[in-house]
Design a protein around this ligand. Sequence first.
Ligand code: SF4
Ligand code: SF4
Length: 488
Amino acid sequence: MSESLLQPEERVLSTLNADGSRRWLKPRLSRGKFLFWRRIVAYTLIAVFTLIPHIKMNGKPMILLDIAHREFTFFGTTFLPTDTLLLALLLLIVFFSIFLITALAGRVWCGWACPQSVYLEFVYRPIERLFEGAPGQRKPKSMIGLRKLLRFVVYLMVSAFLAHTFLSYFVGSENLRHWILSSPHEHPVAFLVAIATTGLMMFDFGYFREQVCVVACPYARFQSALLDRDSMIITYDYKRGEPRGKVRKAKPGLEPGQALALPVLGDCIDCTMCVQTCPTGIDIRKGLQLECIGCAQCIDACNAVMAKLNRPLGLIRYSSQRAIEEGKAKILRPRVIIYPLILLILISAFVTVLANKRDAEFFLLRERGLPFQTLSSGEIANQMRIRITNRTNNPAEYTVELVGEQELRLQTENNPVLVQPGEQFNERLLIIAPPDYFDVTPKTVQVRVHDGDAYEETKPFIIHGPRTRPLPQPAKPNAPSNPEPSDG
Ligand code: SF4
Ligand code: SF4
C-alpha cells in the first residue's frame, strides 16, 4: 500500500501530525486589549480560587465539598444528602446558566474563566517562555538541559501548590494544614492523594495541555447543540477577508490606473499570525470549530496586523454567524427567552425551599429483626432508630416525645440529647406499650422532636403488637339504655 493512501486528506486533529504523532503546540503570544483584560480576569480568578478555602462564612468554609461525609457547604450553608431537592435545583441552575451563557456568548467560559485555560495560559506557558523563550525568539541553545530542569522544578512547585489548593476544597484548609505540618507516616492516605493530585497537575499542564479542550472536555462536545447562528462567537469575516493573499505592491513604472490590474484581494494577507497564536492549533478562517475555546488571541494577532497595514481592525472579531453572513444580528430568539424563564423558576424554587429549610431534621427507621418483643414484664416493645441532624451553627438540645399517648412510654439513653452544629445524633429507641394495649394492630403513633425553641417536627411511626384488648363495642342506636325487666 502506498504511503499516500495512509495520509489523511486534512488534519484529523489539531494536536496530531499526519503520521499520528503528537503535534506540540507553541503558540505565539499576541498582545492586545483582549489579552490585557484576560490577564486581569485570570489573575483575579487565581487569587479567588486560592483564597476561597481559607474564607469562613457563618463559622464554616465558604466552599467545602466534603465527599467523605456527603456534606456540601456553599457560602456558609451546608447541604446534606437529604437536601436532594436543593442540590438538584442547584445543579439545574448551573446547567441552565451554562446553556444561557453559551447561547449568548459562546465559549466565553472556556477562554476567560475555565481553570484549564487560566492556569495553562497565564501560569504554565509564561513559565515555559521564561525558561525556553517565546516562539520565534528562542533562547540560545546553551544550557538548554539546565533550563528544562529548572522549568520542571518550577512546574513541580506550582503543581504541588495547585494540588493542595484543589484538595482544600474537599478536606478543608485546617485539615490540609495539619497534614502538611505533620509527618506523612501519620496520614499516609492523605499524603498519597496529595502526591497523586500533584502528579495529575503535572501531567495535565506539562504534557496533556490543550488536548483537554480538544479531546477530553464534554462541554466542547455539547457546543453544536448549545450554540445557534446568532450566538456571539469569535469569527473571521470571510466577506471582508477573502480572497486572501499576500500584499503585493504595484510594479514601479505602472500608471495609477494600471495598478488595478493586480488581483483584487480581501483584507486577509494570509500572514497566518492568527493560526500561530492559537493555543489549540486551529485556523479560525475555516469557520467555527469544536476546538476553538474563544480565547480571543487570534483577534489580538489579527488586529495588530491590520493596524500595521492601516486597515480597519476587526477582521477577526466577536460576532455571530448570522451577522457575518447577513450583516445583521438577532439578539432575541426563543432560547434566550426560554432559558432565563426556566432559570427564574428554578431560582425562585431554590430560594423558597432554602428559606423554608428547617433548623433540624429527624428520621425514624424500624430496627431490623422481629417487629416487636414481649418483655419479661409482659410489656410490648417496638424498636426503632432515630437520627437527628442539627443544621444550625450552634449546639442544640433535642427532646423526643410521643404525642397524645398516655399509655405508651419511650425508652432511650439520651433524651434530651445535645447535638453539635452540623452533627448527627443516631440512637436506638424503644416504644413500650402495656400488655393489653393493642386492640388493633399495627397502630400509628406520632413521634415529636423539638428543641424547645424554633424547631418542632412530628412524624408518624407504625408499631406492632399482639391483639390483646377487645375492640370497643359500638353503642346500639335504638336500644334502651336501661331496659326494664320483663314480667316474664
Ligand atoms: S492574522 Fe488576520 S491577516 Fe493574518 S492570516 Fe489571520 S486573518 Fe489573515
Ligand atoms: S481560534 Fe482564536 S479564539 Fe479560537 S482558540 Fe484559536 S486563538 Fe483562541
